[in-house]
Design a protein around this ligand. Structure first.
Ligand code: ADP
Length: 494
C-alpha cells in the first residue's frame, strides 16, 4: 500500500507544535509496519537541508500550478526522514515559502496570501503525482492546510487516472484552526463557484472553510485522541462550528491517540540532557534538576523542593490564564514551590508571566521563546508538569513528562483525559493528578495533591516509576492507522 503523508510541518525539518512531531514520527512507525510511506511538505527557507542528503527531481519547464489564471512553477527536492528510509519530498517555490516562517512571518502577522500558499501546496502535490505517475492508495491529509485534497479528489481531479484508486484520510490535530477565507478563495482554488452556497460542503458562516470541505469529502476522518473525537461532535464548545458536519460523518470519524517518538524523547539517551537515567536509575533525574536550577539561577535549596514545569504555546487554548493564577496563588501560599516556564505566544499572557517572574525571581523562572533543548531539560529536571488546557486534542508534553518521570497535573479534557490516570495511593496505581472544571481552585487542589505526595519520597518514587513505565510509543497507533487506511481504501473503491 502506497501512502502519501502531507503536512505543513514535519520534525526535524520545520516544526511549530504537535503536528510537526506527529508528522516526523508516525510515518517512521508506519514504515516499520512495512507500509510504503512518503512525506510531502513545503520547502521553507527556514529548513536547513545542509546536513541531509538531497536530490532534485527534474520538473519539465511547462509543468506548473495555476492559481487565479496565473501559473506558478515549482521544484521538487527529495530527502529522507533522518535515521529511516522514508522519503521526504519538498515542494519548492520561493515566492510562497521563502517567508522566514511557516504560518506567519518573523513579525507574527499572518500572510495576506495565506489561502493561495496552501492551495499551491495541495495542487503542487497533485500535479507532482501526475507528473511522476505516482498512484497513492491513500493520501493522509493533516489539518486545514491539506484539507482541500479530499475535495479535489472528488471534484476537479475526480477523473485523473493516477488517482483512480486513491482514498483520502484527514486527521484533525486541532479543530480550532479551520482555514477560513473569503468566498473568492473558491476561484483561487479552481473549484466551480456554484459549489459555494449557504451550508454547502465548502461554506460556513459565509466564508470558505477548508477544514469543513476536508471533513465532508474525506473517506475517513481521524482525530488525535478518543475523547477529543467525542468532544468535537458534542457541540460548539469543542466543535467550533464544525460539530454538525462531523456529526453527519460520525460513522467515519475515529479517535486514534498520538504516540511519542520514544527515540527522540528518551531520558536514557537524550543529547539535550546532561545526565541520562531510566526507570531503574532515577537518581539521574536529580542531577538534571540541579542542572536546571543552575541554568535558571534558582537558589540551590530548590534541589529538594518541588519544581513545577510548564512548556507551552502561550495561548487561550492552553489555559495559561489559569497557570498564571495558579502560580500567583502558589507563590503566596507555599514558600518552597518553584516554577519554570518555557513558552511564547499572546503578548498579554507573556506580560502576566513576566511580571510574576520579576516579582518572585527566586520562585518563578521564565524563558520567553522557543527552545527545544530547554524543553528536554525541563522535562528531565522538573518534578511536576502543569497542563491546564481548556481543550486538548491530544497533547504531547504530558506524555513526554511521564516518560521523564515528571508527574503531570492536567485538566481532564481530550487527550489529557486519555493519557493521565489519577494517582491512587491505596493501590499505588495512576501516574498523575487531574481536575475537571476551569475553576482555579480545582487546579490548585490537584496541584496540592501532587505536592502532598511529593513530600513522601517512597510514594513519590512509586508514582515516578508508574509514569516512566507507560508505553506511549507509536507502535499501537500505527497499527490502528494501517487498519484505517485499509478501511478507507475499501470505502473509496465502493
Ligand atoms: P500544540 O501542538 O497544541 O502546541 P502539543 O503538546 O501537542 O501542543 O505539542 C507541543 C510541542 O511543541 C511539544 O513538542 C512541545 O515540547 C513543543 N513546544 C511548545 N512550546 C515550545 C517552546 N516554547 N519551546 C520548545 N518547544 C515547545
Amino acid at each position: 500500500m502506497k501512502i502519501f503523508f502531507l503536512s505543513a510541518e514535519v520534525t526535524p525539518f520545520a516544526k511549530v507544535g504537535g503536528l510537526g512531531d506527529v508528522a516526523g514520527a508516525l510515518p517512521k512507525a508506519l514504515a516499520e509496519l512495512q507500509l510504503d510511506v512518503a512525506i510531502f511538505m513545503p520547502r521553507y527557507d527556514i529548513i536547513d537541508l545542509s546536513h541531509h542528503p538531497v536530490e532534485r527531481i527534474p520538473i519539465p519547464d511547462d509543468w506548473h500550478v495555476g492559481i487565479n489564471y496565473q501559473d506558478h512553477r515549482f521544484g521538487i527536492l527529495k530527502s529522507r526522514l533522518p535515521g529511516t528510509d522514508v522519503p521526504v519530498y519538498f515542494l519548492e517555490n520561493n515566492d510562497f515559502f521563502y517567508r522566514g516562517g511557516i504560518y506567519n512571518g518573523p513579525g507574527g502577522a499572518p500572510f495576506s496570501d495565506e489561502p493561495q500558499r496552501w492551495i499551491f501546496f495541495q495542487k503542487g502535490f497533485l500535479e507532482f503525482c501526475k507528473l511522476l505517475e505516482v498512484r497513492p492508495h491513500v493520501i493522509h491529509c493533516n489539518d486545514n492546510q491539506t484539507a482541500l485534497i479530499p475535495a479535489y479528489l472528488r471534484t476537479t481531479y475526480a477523473h485523473d487516472e493516477v488517482f483512480r484508486q486513491t482514498a483520502a484520510v484527514i486527521t484533525i490535530h486541532n479543530i480550532a484552526y479551520q482555514g477560513v477565507y473569503p468566498s473568492d478563495t473558491m476561484q483561487s482554488a479552481g473549484f466551480h463557484t456554484n459549489l459555494f452556497y449557504p451550508e454547502s460542503p465548502f461554506e460556513l458562516d459565509g466564508a470558505v472553510n477548508m477544514l469543513k470541505a476536508g471533513i465532508y469529502f474525506a473517506d475517513l476522518i481521524t482525530t488525535v485522541s478518543p475523547t477529543y473525537a467525542e468532544e468535537i461532535v458534542s457541540g460548539p464548545e469543542f466543535g467550533y462550528g464544525l460539530e454538525n458536519v462531523l456529526a453527519s460523518r460520525a460513522g467515519n470519524l475515529f479517535g486514534v491517540l498520538n504516540g511519542i517518538d520514544d527515540t527522540v524523547w528518551n531520558p536514557a539517551d537524550d543529547a539535550h540532557i546532561p545526565h541520562p537515567y531510566d526507570v531503574d536509575h532515577i537518581e539521574g533525574k536529580l542531577a538534571n534538576k540541579k542542572g536546571l536550577i543552575e541554568y535558571f539561577g534558582l537558589p540551590t535549596e530548590a534541589l529538594h523542593d518541588p519544581i513545577v514545569g510548564v512548556i507551552s504555546r502561550l495561548v487561550y487554548q492552553k489555559g495559561i490564564d489559569l497557570t498564571v493564577e495558579a502560580i500567583y496563588r502558589c507563590v503566596h501560599l507555599h514558600d518552597n514551590v518553584r516554577f519554570v516556564v518555557l513558552g511564547s505566544g499572546e503578548s498579554r499572557l507573556e506580560a502576566d508571566l513576566l511580571s510574576l517572574a520579576r516579582a518572585h525571581p527566586d520562585k518563578v523562572s521564565l524563558y520567553l521563546g522557543y527552545n527545544n533543548g530547554l524543553a528536554h531539560m525541563i522535562e528531565a529536571g522538573a518534578d511536576i508538569f502543569l497542563m491546564p488546557s481548556r481543550f486538548e486534542p491530544c497533547g504531547l508534553n504530558q506524555m513526554y513528562s511521564q516518560r521523564y518521570g515528571t508527574i503531570p497535573v492536567v485538566r481532564a479534557t481530550g487527550g489529557l483525559a486519555d493519557t493521565v490516570r489519577e494517582f491512587n495511593p491505596e493501590q499505588n496505581r495512576g501516574t498523575g493528578f487531574r481536575f475537571t472544571s476551569l475553576d482555579p481552585d480545582d487546579l490548585l487542589a490537584a496541584l496540592t495533591r501532587a505536592l502532598h505526595f511529593y513530600r513522601d519520597p517512597a510514594i513519590w518514587t512509586i508514582l515516578v516509576r508508574n509514569a516512566m513505565r507507560m508505553d506511549f510509543s507509536w507502535r499501537g497507533p500505527a497499527i490502528a492507522y494501517k487498519y484505517l487506511y485499509q478501511k478507507a481504501q475499501q470505502k473509496a473503491a465502493s
